[in-house]
Design a protein around this ligand. Structure first.
Ligand SMILES: NC(=O)c1ccc[n+]([C@@H]2O[C@H](COP(=O)([O-])OP(=O)(O)OC[C@H]3O[C@@H](n4cnc5c(N)ncnc54)[C@H](O)[C@@H]3O)[C@@H](O)[C@H]2O)c1
Length: 305
């Protein structure tokens, strides 16, 4: 069993720590904000209890007030600090000096290339991207991103560790912004926002279309399987007609920018594409958790069945 360190104890960090603790690893976690760090045991216990899992796994997580204290004996470090390039560069510079030589250094960045994050690390053979999804203890996928300087053996070790922790790791062979999942996801979001901005239909209709059509098929029929199912000749005919009409802007939609300027930030401000009460927002979160539990079939032992 590896000794795991997690840097940053927020939404993602405490969940990543939980995954490894549940699978029998010892975990050290660090956050510079003392209150956030102190909340980790309670947050992990609450998650485990909601999942019907034994709360004792939380005891395998130790809280560390310094980065060096968290990582000095680590086999693998997962960085889950805020999405800020300069901050992540500093953390990786410190990690390179504070960890044992063979220790893998992984960033959970959502979209920043790993080569940029490890720019100040002299020997980046042990640096790799691991893009987890929220909540990390329910969503199986982790994108393992190989940067130009990442040693192939680092990818192999990481994929093995993640598989043993019940995850579905995939190897992303090029260190491109957004990796694979967020490129696909935000291509869809860009088109969805563009459809609303163009007055083709309202936000609710866009979401109804997705939920009641291809969204229902996605878990068993992903885009490239779907293309093969309908035939690549039909796919080509459709693309010949439709592609030139799709949104291609390299800038965020003016509608999105306007909403953000107006503090229409979504559930957290009570208004985004929809109006939200705190109760309505909580209902969506609860429905999502219940759905994810159902589709991932998390059982009492914490294993996917
Ligand atoms: N939220 C998501 O859905 C999601 C999904 C995938 C990846 N990510 C990525 O994971 C990372 C963390 O995101 P999050 O949603 O957990 O954010 P968060 O704000 O919930 O947590 C970040 C934590 O980092 C701490 N922090 C600040 N400075 C630090 C430092 N110098 N060293 C260590 N910790 C520090 C903060 O106190 C905070 O607790 C980001 O890179 C984000 O893009 C987020």
């Amino acid at each position: 069993m590896e000794h795991i360190a997690v840097i940053g104890a927020g939404l993602m960090g405490h969940g990543i720590a939980q995954v490894f603790a549940v699978h029998g690893h010892t975990v050290a976690i660090h956050d510079p904000v003392a209150e956030v760090l102190a909340q980790v045991p309670e947050r992990v216990r609450a998650n485990l209890s909601a999942l019907g899992l034994a709360e004792a796994a939380a005891d395998r997580i130790t809280l560390q007030s310094t980065l060096a204290g968290a990582v000095s004996a680590a086999d693998v470090v997962f960085e889950a600090a805020p999405e800020d390039l300069k901050l992540k560069q500093t953390i990786f510079f410190e990690l390179a000096a504070a960890t044992p030589p063979g220790c893998i250094l992984a960033s959970n960045t959502s979209v920043i290339p790993i080569a940029e994050i490890s720019a100040r690390v002299v020997d980046a053979r042990r640096v790799v991207g691991t893009h987890w999804w929220n909540p990390p203890y329910l969503i199986p996928l982790v994108e393992v991103v190989q940067a130009t300087r990442t040693e192939p053996a680092t990818v192999v070790r990481m994929m093995d560790l993640l598989k043993r922790a019940g995850k579905v790791p995939v190897h992303v062979k090029r260190d491109v912004p957004g990796f694979v999942g967020n490129r696909l996801q935000h291509a869809l979001w860009r088109e969805a926002i563009s459809i609303v901005a163009a007055g083709i239909c309202d936000a609710e209709t866009v979401d109804l279309v997705v939920k009641n059509s291809f969204g229902m098929r996605l878990p068993v029929l992903a885009p490239l399987e779907n293309a093969d199912l309908v035939g690549l000749d039909l796919t080509l005919a459709i693309h010949n007609t439709i592609l030139r009409h799709l949104e291609t802007s390299g800038e965020p939609s003016p509608l999105l920018q306007q909403y953000v300027e107006q503090q229409r930030l979504g559930m957290k401000s009570g208004r985004g594409f929809y109006d939200w009460t705190p109760e309505a927002a909580q209902q969506v979160r609860d429905r999502l958790t219940a759905h994810l539990r159902r589709v991932t079939e998390i059982g009492p032992a914490g294993e996917s069945k």
